[in-house]
Design a protein around this ligand. Structure first.
Ligand code: AMP
Length: 115
């Protein structure tokens, strides 16, 4: 399912361009426009989902596992010394695009806690 008002749905359907690094039948990965690390990739499900909380039933959970497996694969490729996966779930956590996405950050040392 696609939301015509959602920028990440438009990337998933190639209605707008993105710097893609991976794509398969369930997910797309592309470089963030405003990178927070030397490598900053977003991994999204092709079908529109706003929040992690939508992934509860058996099949959607498999889609979520697929999303994180792809994010981990990209992280391992980009981050020789490690990488960070981030999901901002909800506006108060920093979510600004309401299509679920996993940030893959790599290429620099990172602090914890993130602030
Ligand atoms: P979040 O704040 O977790 O919702 O992250 C949204 C991310 O999407 C931000 O890091 C933005 O820089 C990024 N972003 C927004 N629009 C685009 C776009 N068209 N192409 C690539 N990255 C985008």
């Amino acid at each position: 399912m696609s939301d015509p008002n959602c920028v990440f749905c438009k990337i998933a359907t190639r209605t707008i361009a993105a710097d893609e690094v991976a794509r398969d039948d369930r997910a797309v990965a592309f470089r963030d426009l405003n990178p927070q690390a030397p490598h900053h990739v977003l991994v999204i499900p092709t079908a529109h989902a706003t929040h992690l909380s939508e992934f509860t039933a058996e099949q959607p959970a498999a889609d979520l596992a697929h999303l994180f497996a792809l994010a981990a694969k990209i992280g391992a490729r980009l981050g020789r010394d490690g990488y960070r996966l981030v999901v901002n779930e909800g506006a108060s956590a920093g979510q600004s695009v309401f299509h679920l996405h996993v940030h893959v950050l790599a290429g620099r040392a990172m602090q914890w806690p993130p602030g």
